[in-house]
Design a protein around this ligand. Structure first.
Ligand code: SGN
Ligand code: CA
Length: 539
């Protein structure tokens, strides 16, 4: 009797478990999670209030961390746009996928994870910035910006309608496309993979008209290292061209109209950039331009009056404030629009079975070391924001401190969807971390940056990063090593490579770096191959 009863219980358990997940016979379909991958461009973790609210409140992006997990040590393998995207799509380091810099096109004969999703029955879509120089493969639908794209009235390359120009503000438009696809176009019998990719807050930092007034009327706290003199570091930090004071331009970046810059006599090309101004502000309709002028022209007039009397300290402070006003202002629309998409997922019930990721293609300097831009393995550009929600799998409000990388997205998503992970992918699945299992994860990250000589002049370098240390080799036209003690010197101001106290640490890190290069199949030969490609590639 007892035996019979347990069979009945077992059978009915089986029946109910099938039944609850079956709905119309779509048994498997129901269980596979949807994936919403949200990525912005150059969004520093310092500008997300889930990390730190000194600069801005981002209540909507923060919702993802409240419902899920905040990663405090997420990083990229190569801190620059198109290479980061190639790493994400292939699950392979730059030296393997070949997209080492922004210039050389991505090799589209490679397998990318969306192709595998499409083959496995997912419906796939991409809206926004890709920046590959060619179209994405494996997408049922895409609308992407050509190259960097424009903030106002942008053009899109579309899969089905050729090139189209759409009136409005880019962050709103990309979101409208995404929501329209969710609401009207998607095949609801299939799970989806959505790549929702913002251009903002990329240079030249143009906020939506509705946000300009608020953000230009605030003053932002300066980072401690705004006036860094680069003592204690090597040649690379000293020769990089990304100083807010010396390399930011007045028209494109600071929004001083070309005529006033010319009148003030600050017309060295790199400091002026009337072309950058025309490329962005020049796209506005007369109405948009009038609204823009009503706020920026008084700023222009004020600058014109004060410029002659400003010393370099005042000028740096002024330029930093101008930078933050526009940079943070352009994040406001990202946050609002992420909120619209999260609301839709919740209202439609899709949120329960959707993995939502918010990240950036890399970090960014917001005045730390006096800089803007990225590229270096130093923390602000090496690290990137990462927030993930997955109801039922990730505990609400949880945190992870491990060294996850953008390399890990492809294997993570494939595993979540039950699709086989190709053997040659180099990332590690984050699913155990989502579930709170932090054993056996990587304890050292590998980094390699290539785009030199080039804009911003950041020298080629590769590095090993552990929780405690960072060992960096700058090469090509220098041969310099740097070692940072991340615990004692979190701002990375003192290279201790030649400090005898670190002799043992240094030796061990050299060995570990060698092993890491071997593990990921990077080598001197490949360093040289990419130098040759660069030198022969007609830049
Ligand atoms: C543009 C920017 C650079 C930026 C690169 C790469 N200049 O060239 O400041 O480093 O893009 O950025 S701009 O005046 O034209 O905006 S990336 O995010 O695409 O890698
Ligand atoms: Ca970028």
């Amino acid at each position: 009797m007892k035996y019979q009863l347990s069979i009945v219980i077992a059978l009915s358990a089986l029946f109910f478990s099938c039944n609850t997940s079956s709905e119309g016979g779509k048994n498997e379909e129901k269980k596979r999670p949807n994936i919403l991958f949200i990525m912005s461009d150059d969004h520093a973790y310092q500008a997300i209030s889930a990390y730190n609210n000194k600069l801005i409140e981002t209540p909507n992006i923060d919702r993802i961390a409240k419902k899920g997990m905040l990663f405090t040590n997420a990083s990229v393998t190569n801190s620059i746009c198109a290479p980061s995207r190639a790493v994400i799509l292939t699950g392979k380091h730059s030296h393997i996928n070949g997209k080492v810099d922004n210039q050389h096109p991505f090799d589209t004969t490679q397998v990318t994870f969306p192709q595998l999703f499409q083959k496995a029955g997912y419906e796939t879509a991409m809206f926004g910035k890709l920046h590959f120089g060619n179209n994405p493969k494996g997408f049922d639908e895409f609308k992407i910006l050509p190259g960097q794209g424009a903030y106002y009235n942008p053009e899109f390359i579309t899969k089905k309608e050729g090139n189209v120009t759409i009136q409005g503000y880019v962050t709103d438009i990309i979101t409208d496309m995404t929501l329209n696809w969710f609401q009207k176009e998607r095949d609801t019998t299939k799970p989806f993979l959505m790549m929702y990719l913002h251009k903002a807050p990329h240079r030249e930092w143009l906020p939506a008209l509705r946000h300009i007034e608020k953000f230009t009327s605030q003053e932002y706290p300066e980072p401690e290292t705004l006036f860094d003199d680069y003592e204690g570091r090597g040649t690379a930090a000293k020769t990089a061209e990304m100083s807010i004071l010396k390399h930011m331009n007045y028209s494109g970046d600071n929004k001083i109209v070309p005529e006033i810059v010319e009148e003030l006599g600050i017309t060295t090309d790199s400091l002026w950039n009337p072309g950058g101004f025309a490329r962005e502000i020049g796209r506005m309709t007369p109405e948009q331009r009038a609204a823009w002028d009503s706020i920026y022209m008084p700023i222009n007039e004020d600058f014109k009056k004060r410029f002659a009397s400003m010393d370099s300290v005042e000028l740096m402070k002024w330029r930093y404030q101008r930078y933050m006003q526009d940079y943070l202002g352009s994040i406001a629309a990202v946050d609002e629009n992420v909120g619209r998409v999260l609301d839709y997922l919740e209202e439609s019930g899709l949120a329960d079975n959707t993995i939502v990721v918010y990240t950036s293609d890399q970090g960014f300097y917001l005045g730390e070391h006096g800089w803007f831009d990225k590229r270096f393995v130093y923390d602000e550009s090496f690290k990137t924001p990462l927030l993930v929600q997955w109801p039922g799998v990730i505990e609400e409000g949880s945190k992870n401190t491990q060294m996850v990388q953008n390399l890990d997205f492809a294997p993570t998503f494939l595993e979540a969807a039950g699709i086989e992970i190709p053997n040659d992918m180099q990332g590690e699945s984050l699913i155990p971390l989502f579930k709170g299992d932090t054993e056996n994860f990587r304890n050292a990250a590998y980094y390699h940056y290539y785009e030199y000589p080039g804009i911003h002049s950041v020298k080629r370098h590769y590095a090993i990063v552990t929780e405690e240390y960072k060992l960096i080799h700058f090469y090509y036209d220098v041969d310099e090593w740097e070692l940072y003690d991340r615990k004692k010197d979190p701002k990375e101001l003192k290279n201790v490579y030649n400090d005898p106290e670190y002799a043992e640490v240094k030796e061990k890190l050299h060995e570990d770096l060698k092993a890491l290069r071997k593990k990921y199949k990077d080598s001197k030969e490949l360093d040289q191959k990419y130098i040759d490609q660069y030198e022969n590639g007609g830049h």
